[in-house]
Write a protein that binds this ligand. Sequence first.
Ligand code: NAD
Length: 244
Amino acid sequence: MRLSGKTALVTAAGQGIGRASVLAMAREGARVLATDVRAESLRTFDGVGNVITAPLDVLDRAQIEAVAGTLDRIDVLFNCAGYVHAGTVLDASDADFDFAVNLNVRSQFWTSRAVLPRMLEAGAGSIGNMASVAGSLRGLPNRFVYGLTKAAVIGLTKSVAADYVGRGIRCNCVCPGTVDTPSLADRINAFDDPVEARKAFIARQPMGRLAKAEEIAPLVVFLASDEAAFVTGQSYSIDGGMTI
Ligand code: NAD
């Protein structure tokens, strides 16, 4: 199994890509600490082998340090937490901007700081960060705040990778296209005509369909595994052809 002997910490694991990634990591033999701000969402892991859970709000630095400190070792960190603000530069308030930067970027700064000292001590570790096609690789309409935060994730990823490339630490990020997750369903249902809105999301995918969260998880597993031992500082598109 590709992650045997490794211990992983995953944020925003209660649903969507985070949840699928936890299950995929556990299937590959990792011991996974699945965390989410909504403690009740973690009950779906009850009885799943190799998975332990803890509530964690990644907007709270002290909580991050406390939860990370419960693990005797951390080989893999997957920063999945993120939030989509819909709107243009003229729609975004300072509060929208600050919230998205804090959740999508500052949380990764804090979690990275919480795990890196132990990874450096061990001389090994893999950090995976959640970016997106939006903003980082494609400018998409109505994704001003979201896009800028996901572009920042790529910069954060490359900086961490460059600083520790000689010390056994790898840091990469994934850039999905549109993935059919509960929050996407919420965004679609918020439109006046959800049927048309879903069609519009599908229309921006050249394959003519949305991704499943389970289609993103294998890339997360690969980047966490020793199969990716020569891979660092990279952003991987997994987008059904959006960036062809
Ligand atoms: P989702 O948005 O459906 O679920 C997000 C999870 O994050 C929820 O379980 C929620 O409780 C948790 N969460 C929210 N605030 C939190 C906080 N402060 N601390 C900890 N957890 C918190 O899941 P998703 O759509 O799979 O998105 C996961 C990540 O993937 C996000 O970073 C998102 O930007 C990124 N992404 C999603 C898509 C997509 O189309 N769904 C595409 C590209 C990138």
